[in-house]
Design a protein around this ligand. Structure first.
Ligand code: UDP
Length: 235
């Protein structure tokens, strides 16, 4: 059956299509934080994130990164390859911020000589806990080889993204990726890449990402619109 709701997420809904290996992602106007404890409708966010994520995934595909992205089909919708999501949030940090600063008592804005990769276990009931490689293996989420691949691929993606954002005057502070197994059992990049799941600072240190919502710094959509316009100007 096509066009059946198969998963309802915080920022996206996922529908089946006529092709069993393809899903439709519909970006919504919802913003959440603290694992959904704070929830707001922000009109226009879905359209912006669908465009931003489509643009970035197109560039990643063109750069040879294996991703789930097929095509954007409307303002809020895109087609993606169906994957079995690996229940890990893979976070890469170029600069200290957010939970890292809080957890370790380090001020925001310190640059890591080598970017740091962290795993969080995607599990809403457990509040997505911080998890290490040994835990990942014990829980049979991924084996050594897969863990190494996730880390290497995330670092490779970071080098591409950092460079693209630098070209438009934005510093990529940190971000979260999700990966999944495609129909052939290959690990590919899934989910989205938008200012909802990364931190971007402009030359003046302004937050150009979801911290505008988290920290009540102004209009989220005004900021996301600026990010989109800048990305569109990239060759
Ligand atoms: N992030 C995300 N989803 C989450 C947690 C974090 O997309 O459930 C992103 C977040 O936007 C930031 C990066 O991962 O770009 C690192 O987030 P952090 O661990 O600092 O947590 P936060 O302080 O954002 O809750």
């Amino acid at each position: 059956m096509s066009n059946q709701l198969i998963y309802q997420g915080k920022a996206k809904d996922i529908y089946s299509t006529e092709d069993e290996n393809v899903i439709k992602s519909v970006y919504k106007d919802q913003a959440t934080m603290l694992n959904g404890a704070r929830k707001e409708t922000i009109e226009g966010k879905g359209v912006l994130n669908n465009q931003i994520s489509s643009l970035i995934f197109e560039k990643l595909n063109a750069a040879g990164v294996a991703t789930h992205f097929i095509e954007q089909i409307s303002e809020t919708e895109q087609l993606n390859k169906k994957v079995d999501i690996i229940p890990l949030e893979v976070v890469l940090r170029n600069v200290t911020a957010g939970s890292f600063s809080k957890r370790f008592g380090v001020e925001e804005g310190r640059v890591f000589e080598t970017p740091i990769v962290e795993f969080y276990y995607k599990n809403d009931d457990l509040d997505d806990p911080f998890i290490n490689d040994e835990h990942v293996k014990f829980l049979e989420i991924a084996n050594d080889e897969e863990i190494a691949y996730l880390k290497e691929e995330t670092r490779r993606i970071n080098e591409l993204l950092k460079d693209w954002f630098a070209k438009i005057g934005l510093k990529l502070i940190d971000f979260k990726l999700e990966f999944g197994f495609d129909k052939d059992g290959k690990i590919i990049l899934a989910d989205e890449f938008s200012p909802d799941n990364c931190r971007l600072w402009d030359a003046d240190g302004n937050h150009m990402d979801k911290d505008v919502f988290r920290r009540d710094l102004g209009s989220l959509t005004d900021v996301y619109q600026v990010v989109l316009e800048k990305l569109k100007a990239l060759d």
